[in-house]
Structure formats: C-alpha cells, structure tokens
Ligand binder design. Structure first.
Ligand code: SF4
Length: 394
C-alpha cells in the first residue's frame, strides 16, 4: 500500500515542524497537576525518554500558569499549554510556551480570542484550534440536533475562517470525538475543505487496550488516507503508553521508523521457548534503543527462521537449545539459559553498528519522510478511496 499524504500548510512548534510533508509527530499530555512542578517535570522526562516529541500540559488556573516557566526550563521538547474558558490564562501561557491550544467555542467573547491571537503573534507562536464533540456551540447543536461529524467540521471551519478574517493563519486544527466513526468523518470532511495541518486523535478513547485499538482503527484509517500531521493517542493510562501506541501506529504504516519492532509468533503446539515472556521482556529491556531494528522471537525452527526473514535479528527455539539468527540466516546455537542475554547483547551491538553507519531514528524535527509522499489533496491512491465515508454507520 502506498500512502499519499495530503500536503498541508506547515507550522512550527518549537523545533518540530507540523504539516507540509514533515514526519507525523507523536505527542502526549501530562496527567499530573501542573501546579506540582516536580511531578510534572518527572513525567515530562519519562515522556521524553519514550520519544514524545511535543508535550501538552493543562493550565486550569493562575497557579498552573505560574508554574509554566519552571516546567519549560526543565524540558527539551516543545511545550503546549492547554487552555479552556479563561483567555487570561492563554495570555500568560503565551509568554512561556511554544504553542497554545484553545477552543474558540468555549473561550467566550471574540475580543478575548483576538487578545490571544495578539499574544501568540507577539512571539510567533502557532495556535492549536481544538474543537471537541463535547463543547460545540449552541447554534450548531440546534442546527444538527446533536454533536455530529458535520457539526464538528463546521465548528472548526468557522473558527478557521474567523481567524483568517483577522489575518491569523499560524494554526493547526483538531476535531476530536470519542466515537471513532464521528472522528473519522469529521477529520475527513474538514480535510476536504481546508489545508491547515491536523492534530488527529480519538478523544477519551478508553483504557490502555481499548483505547489503543480504537486509536489504531481511527488514526490508522485517517493516516492511510493521507490525513494527519501530528497525533495524540488518548488513553486512561500512563501517558508514556500513549507515546508507545502512537509510534506503533506510525511504524505499522511505515510512516515513522523508531526503535525496536518486536516480531513474535503467536505460539502453537510446536513452541520450544517462552515466547510471550521473552517478547515482553525484550520490549521493556530494549526500549532505550532508538535505531530502527526488527527483532524476532519465534517459538520453533520449523517455520521460525523462515518466518523471521524480515527480521534484522532474532531467536527461535530448537531441540532444547536456542537459535540465534540474523536476516534469516543461522548464526549459532545458544543454551536456553543464555538466550535472552545473548539476544539483548547482540541487538545492542547491532544498534551501535547501525548508528555508526548513519542509520538512526527519524525525528520529526529533521528527518525526511520515508515511504510516504505528500502532495496536494487529490484523492488518496489507496483501495479505501471507494468507501463512502459519511455512510459508514448503519
Ligand atoms: S514459529 Fe513455531 S511455535 Fe511459533 S507459531 Fe510458528 S510453528 Fe508455532
């Protein structure tokens, strides 16, 4: 499958480019109380270590706004302030952060929005216009009867048009709903009518497993259609999990390449090693590696080595011993009790060799996109183009 990414306008949040063909960036949001600087900074460090490229914090009051300078000083990735209702918090945040997120529908009078625009313009910051199914304007609810994809798209387009009318174009847009169908339809409708870069996500997606599946389905569909410039997976879980799931979605579509991709067989009656434990342990122990590498854990040699041909390196169980192989070729037999340690050492070595040869992760700030190409929003060239988007619910 070839993904043709929609060519959107590019904005820059700190050193991360969003839209205009830049790699799809992965972001998350702190779950800590922003007023608790130590706890927030600790979580930011964990997110940065996991590869998170943009981090948002909630700014619900003046004390949270006052904590922003200390938080910003302790982090390396761009900081986004999330503001609802009180535009004065946005004015304070704009002096510190790299991007401000507001929902024009709940910020109050238009003059307040204009004050926020002036504040972000003074520092050349982009604005994220974030509309949400739960906070649509009254007139749209009256017009559509309920929050619908059309209402979400209209709300976002109205906001974009109003901002353009006062000369502001430095923005990215999100249209979030917790319903996967509605989110897909809303983003699709908006993308057909606007070229602003899109922050995509399924809001309140659920727990780690449920939310990951919903996000993979919703964001996966949008991304295969070329829609989406930055993403957040919203989980009722540690935000580090959001980053991991975000990268897995992008890696599975070959839109980004980062770190270890563990390929593990589902096991069957032929299994000779503890594949499930080993695969989980590998993901944990090799999470620090940023170089893209496919690592296989296969239960037996019957199909194992053949099935592992796509892997850079891997192990398979075989007659009381483990088999270490590289790119489908047997390297040596390893005693069972040394198998995991041997694999970890070999993977770390391979990562170092690849780094020395110039292979590395593809950071959103610099690297070119890999398999995806971007172009003007003609019809995406995938089989999915024939699916009638707005009639997808029966
Ligand atoms: S690799 Fe071996 S154990 Fe794993 S599923 Fe295939 S046949 Fe079964």
């Amino acid at each position: 499958m070839h993904i043709t990414r929609k060519k959107t306008k590019q904005v820059q949040v700190g050193n991360v480019k969003i839209g205009g063909g830049a790699p799809v960036s992965v972001q998350s949001m702190c779950s800590t109380d922003t007023r608790d600087v130590a706890a927030t900074v600790e979580q930011i460090r964990q997110l940065e270590a996991a590869g998170c490229e943009l981090i948002r914090v909630a700014v619900p009051d003046t004390e949270a706004a006052a904590a922003l300078p200390k938080i910003k000083a302790a982090m390396t990735v761009p900081l986004i302030a999330d503001i609802h209702f009180d535009h004065r918090l946005a004015l304070a945040a704009a002096k510190v952060v790299d991007c401000v997120r507001i929902n024009p529908g709940n910020i109050g009078a238009w003059w307040k929005v204009e004050e926020v625009i002036k504040a972000v313009n003074d520092r050349g910051l982009p604005l994220r216009v974030g509309v949400n199914g739960g906070s649509l304007e009254r007139f749209l609810l009256d017009k559509y009867g309920y929050h619908t994809a059309e209402a979400l798209a209209e709300s976002a387009l109205n906001a974009v048009n109003a901002l353009e009318d006062v000369g502001f174009t430095n923005m990215k847009v999100s249209l979030k709903a917790s319903d996967v169908h509605m989110a897909i339809d809303a983003y699709y409708l908006f993308a057909q009518q606007s070229n602003y870069p899109l922050h995509i996500g399924i809001t309140e997606a659920g727990t780690a497993m449920t939310g990951a599946v919903k996000s993979a389905v919703g964001l996966g569909w949008l991304l295969t259609q070329g829609i989406g410039d930055t993403l957040r997976v919203s989980l009722a879980a540690d935000p580090v999990e959001e980053v991991k799931v975000g990268f897995e979605i992008l890696k599975s579509l070959e839109l980004r390449h980062r770190g270890i991709n563990v390929i593990a067989c589902p096991t069957c009656g032929r299994v000779e090693i503890d594949v499930i434990r080993m695969a989980n342990e590998l993901e944990k122990k090799l999470g620090h590696i940023k170089t893209p590498l496919n690592v296989s854990v296969l239960g037996c040699v019957v199909n194992g080595i053949g099935e592992g041909k796509e892997a850079d390196i891997g192990i398979a169980g075989g007659e009381g011993k483990g088999i270490l192989f590289k790119r489908g070729k047997l390297v040596r037999k390893v005693p069972m009790d040394e198998l995991m340690d041997t694999l970890i050492t070999e993977v770390e070595l391979m990562a170092k060799e690849q780094e020395a040869e110039g292979a590395h992760e593809d950071p959103a700030a610099e690297a070119p996109d890999h398999k995806a190409h971007s172009q003007e929003p003609e019809k995406p060239s995938t089989l999915l183009r024939e699916i009638p988007v707005l009639s997808s619910r029966s």
